[in-house]
Ligand binder design. Structure first.
Ligand SMILES: [Zn+2]
Length: 128
């Protein structure tokens, strides 16, 4: 009998903060999202066959997001909204589990202006 997913992994529930913006009131805050973390077992159980070993060799640590909906923290809003911008599955190879889930920014921040350019422009402005 082939091994199941749970025979390959040590499972545990973990909360991880993610920065989310409420679509109703647009307020950003950190929300604790529940994840199911699956870490590869140090070794396979003895009943593992050839196929299980091949699968185990390719298997990676991963975590599944459990929370799809959160309640807005803004006391004047308190609306439920869907978690977006956070992956539902995160693979990781290193043993320490990622502690914070990075939510990609909707727009990249503008690069800061070179201070020398700013100084030159200010000097130019003063003269004219
Ligand atoms: Zn809100």
């Amino acid at each position: 009998m082939a091994l199941e997913e749970k025979d390959l992994y040590v499972e545990r529930e973990q909360k991880k903060p993610a920065r989310l913006a409420c679509p109703h009131c647009r307020l950003e805050d950190d929300y604790e999202l529940a994840w199911l973390v699956r870490n590869k077992k140090p070794q396979l159980p003895p009943q593992a066959d050839e196929r299980d070993r091949a699968r185990f060799a390719k298997a990676r640590n991963y975590m599944l997001r459990r929370d799809d909906v959160v309640v807005c923290k803004n006391v004047r809003c308190r609306k439920r909204f869907e978690v977006s911008g956070v992956q539902s599955v995160v693979f990781f190879d290193a043993t320490p589990v990622p502690t914070h889930i990075e939510v990609p920014e909707p727009e990249p921040e503008k690069p800061k202006e070179d201070p020398r350019v700013a100084a030159m422009r200010n000097a130019f402005r003063k003269r004219y």
